[in-house]
Design a binder for this molecule. Structure first.
Ligand SMILES: *Cc1c(COP(=O)(O)O)cnc(C)c1O
Length: 497
């Protein structure tokens, strides 16, 4: 069966999976979605014994139907290899009475590696299949983790250039150092004077700029995206939810068919949407619990049916979730609108002009798979401290938001469903916030002294990703105003022409 993709804002045209990956965003500004969500065609009994790579093939072949088996297996094997510091790729760790799915064992120690280590392979394969001769320019806005993971994935990949925009004062020290020390002739990093939403809106505007598209075309370039709006990011993320369920089953932690709850620390709504897709494919998931930090626009949305970004943007200790416009929510809105592109488009236009929209009661009724919660800064720090005291396990601030919301959900409903938490980053990436959560006495220490202290406290070896940047040379110093992103991109590309 050949699965085709449509834009969430226009249902007239369909594209293949490889075309959707190449384009990133649809021409009308919509996101690509599969015409229908595929089901798994293997049983949990079969999945139980599969490696991560085998699971990836079983899941991804259902979505990327125009890739040959050879192409897809090649992409998978090139991505999920020794770049990960554990053979199982995504280990499950039991912490107290919940299961943490550790998604941070890749090259840049955040879960973005799960998708961004394969995206360059999917994209270059897609380019070949579609006879693309131009160079592909990957434009990416980052709240901290996507940037480095995309840079690492695309560095020196022939036929590509990558430009990353990050909010100058909106990322952790380690995140910033990881990006500005990135090697590779084709990599560009720009700090913008603004927040993540400015960066993301700016990148979206560049994608929709027809005049710029012509100029690029003449210079031999075309844009694509490494953000989670690209279906090539989303599909690889479905894999680890299937894998986690199968491993819980294999380890005897759950019985066949037993439903689990999944809590995901959420920003752009990509990761939790992947869990929703896994559920649609047949994974027994009861609730998808969307965990927010103090930028709790999604929590309010699940409570009231009203999405309202007109509020103060808070800089928190979980910067990768400091987002008020969760792009991937559009895919869910489209689904609960009954795949009605016109209705979805209306709502998204309202979001653009008024900063808010409200869904109908009928649509709201279709959100019963989801629950929402949030953690304040104080609650986030508290659960890091308490979990460490109780179990010795040290988690990062984003994972902590999810752990807090998961606990709150369990307690509020006396819910005994087994709980899986998507653990999205290594605590080393946020050493300062993590260590001061454990003990205030660390507050005055230098960043890398904190890293050493964290090693003592957690008894987990300092990851290579952190060792590498300790003495690395800063290679990128470019900055720009949020309204000068277009000029900056042109400047970068003209230099290279
Ligand atoms: C990106 C990120 C998130 C949020 O994921 P979304 O898919 O954008 O919802 C959470 N935690 C960490 C560490 C991240 O890097």
């Amino acid at each position: 069966m050949n699965l085709l993709y449509k834009s969430t804002r226009n249902s007239d045209r369909t594209v293949t999976a490889s075309e959707a990956i190449l384009k990133g965003l649809a021409e009308d500004g919509g996101l690509f979605v599969p015409e229908q969500l595929p089901k798994l065609d293997v049983t949990m009994d079969q999945l139980k014994n599969m490696t991560y790579q085998e699971t990836a093939y079983a899941v991804m072949k259902q979505f990327l139907t125009d890739f040959t088996e050879e192409e897809l297996r090649h992409c998978i094997n090139s991505a999920y290899d020794s770049k990960f510091d554990t053979e199982v790729i995504a280990p499950l760790v039991k912490v107290g009475d919940v299961y943490h799915l550790e998604l941070f064992h890749g090259a840049t120690i955040a879960f973005k590696d799960m998708a961004l280590s394969i995206l360059p392979h999917l994209l270059t394969t897609a380019a070949k299949k579609n006879h693309v001769t131009k160079d592909i320019v990957i434009l990416t806005a980052t709240s901290g983790d996507t940037g480095k993971a995309a840079l690492a994935g695309f560095a020196d990949v022939p036929g590509t250039k990558i430009i990353v925009f990050y909010p100058k004062n909106g990322v952790s020290k380690v995140q910033e150092l990881q990006m500005v020390t990135q090697k590779g002739e084709n990599t560009y990093v720009v700090a913008i004077h603004g927040n993540f939403d400015n960066a993301q809106s700016g990148v979206k505007a560049l994608f929709e700029d027809k005049e710029l598209e012509k100029e690029l075309d003449a210079a031999g370039y075309q844009f694509s995206s490494a953000n989670s709006i690209n279906i090539g990011r989303l599909v690889p993320q479905v894999v680890y939810y299937v894998y986690a369920y199968a491993k819980l089953l294999q380890n005897g932690e759950i019985k066949a068919g037993e439903k689990i709850n999944v809590t995901v620390p959420t920003g752009n709504f990509g990761n939790i949407l992947a869990a929703y897709y896994a559920k649609q494919m047949g994974v027994p998931i009861a609730k998808l619990i969307c965990a927010s930090n103090e930028n709790k626009v999604l929590f309010d949305f699940f409570q009231t049916g009203k999405y309202d970004k007109n509020r103060e943007f808070v800089l928190t200790s979980s910067p990768s979730m400091d987002i008020l416009i969760s792009s991937n929510l559009e895919r869910l809105i489209y689904t609960i609108a009954g795949q009605d592109a016109k209705k979805n488009k209306e709502l998204m236009e309202k979001l653009k002009t008024e900063g808010a929209y409200e869904i109908t009661e009928e649509m709201k009724a279709k959100l019963s798979d989801f629950a929402g919660g949030y953690a304040t800064e104080e609650e986030t720090a508290r659960i890091i401290r308490e979990t460490y005291a109780d179990t010795g396990y040290v988690m990062d601030t984003h994972t902590a938001v999810a752990a807090y919301v998961c606990r709150q959900y369990k307690e509020a409903g006396n819910d005994t469903t087994k709980a899986l938490i998507a653990s999205t980053a290594s605590p080393y990436k946020f050493a300062r916030s993590v260590m001061t959560a454990i003990d205030e006495k660390y507050a005055d220490m230098d960043e890398f002294d904190l890293v050493d202290e964290l090693e003592k406290v957690s008894q987990v070896e300092i990851p290579n990703a952190v060792k590498e940047i300790r003495h690395a040379e800063v290679l990128h110093t470019r900055e720009c105003d949020a309204d000068k992103m277009k000029e900056t991109v042109k400047e970068i590309l003209r230099i290279e022409v």
